[in-house]
Design a protein around this ligand. Structure first.
Ligand code: ADP
Ligand code: MG
Length: 286
């Protein structure tokens, strides 16, 4: 039978928009020693705005932006939303004959008889396309663009760190819970976000499978590990964790299904709050 205290714990949590899929996860959260976090949509708002667009002079910028917009209109990634908002809804003037989302890389599309690639530098590397290597040092998320296997330019986009993130991380650290950031975004930005929040363990430029490898290594060195993600390219890690926590606001349906705990809004302060409720239910001092 379930001790009555667990009902109180689950009730207190749900009043705060924290949904536990079972009372056993209250127990597991109480014992967490390490919290691994995704960056985009978890530590940051996951809402990007366009900073800069640099398209090679000899190319038609309007046309390329139009192709990018058409390709991204097939994606639900937060990056895609930024482009759609910037360019606006357009009448599709070319047929998209092929579109594929390459996890952790970006998109490949066939539009207007051309091959369009839009994503990170790893995407261009994959197709053997050379580019201006300086784009790796830009401290913004960068969408590199290639048309018919020729580098065409890039778009930089910026996200904001959540205002409550620093305090939430401090609360975890003050209760001797280690934090690590795993991200598919550029290392330069991941470092910036982690350092701003006082997190010393961070890894960027990770493919979905690299996140799994890193996560398994952390699990081997710690008794109990939670993962917090927004569900874009992190469902495998959510499934591997002792407690998988999905941020519900932007999160994909798949991640909400895989997760053990769902935070209904995007407030990262709910992570230390959930652990605190878990510990209080188990009568462990927070
Ligand atoms: P994160 O771990 O930060 O959530 P993802 O694994 O979802 O990041 O994506 C990693 C990187 O792949 C992004 O930073 C971006 O460079 C590229 N990318 C992914 N999806 C897209 C897309 N739809 N359009 C352009 N680039 C993309
Ligand atoms: Mg993500």
């Amino acid at each position: 039978s379930i001790p009555l205290g667990y009902f109180g714990g689950i009730g207190a949590a749900s009043k705060n928009g924290i949904l536990f899929k079972g009372s056993n996860y209250l127990d597991s959260l109480a014992n967490i020693r390490h919290v691994v976090l995704d960056k985009t949509g978890t530590l940051t708002q996951g809402v990007f705005s366009i900073q800069d667009i640099q398209i090679k002079k000899e190319l038609d910028k309007e046309y390329i932006l139009h192709l990018v917009n058409m390709a991204e209109s097939n994606s639900t990634h937060p990056i895609a939303t930024a482009i759609r908002e910037y360019v606006g809804q357009e009448a599709p003037s070319y047929s998209v004959t092929h579109i594929e989302e390459i996890a952790g890389h970006g998109l490949r599309a066939l539009i207007d008889g051309r091959q369009l690639l839009v994503g990170n530098t790893k995407l261009l590397d994959k197709f053997g396309i050379s580019y201006d290597t300086e784009i790796k040092d830009i401290v913004y998320t960068t969408m590199a663009i290639a048309v018919d296997n020729e580098y065409a330019g890039y778009i930089t986009i910026a996200d904001q760190i959540k205002p409550e993130a620093k305090e939430a991380i401090q609360a975890l650290k003050s209760h001797h819970i280690d934090c690590t950031v795993l991200s598919g975004d550029k290392n330069a930005i991941v470092r910036h976000v982690a350092e701003s929040l006082g997190i010393t363990n961070y890894f960027g430029d990770l493919l979905p499978e690299d996140k799994v490898t890193k996560f398994k290594a952390i699990k081997q060195s710690t008794t109990s590990v939670a993962f917090v993600g927004d569900g874009f390219n992190d469902a495998p890690v959510l499934a591997l964790s002792d407690v998988g926590i999905a941020m519900g606001g932007l999160g994909s349906d798949a991640s909400i299904q895989t997760a053990d705990v769902v935070i209904q809004d995007d407030n990262i302060a709910k992570i230390p709050m959930a652990i605190k409720i878990g510990r209080e239910t188990k009568k462990i001092v927070w």
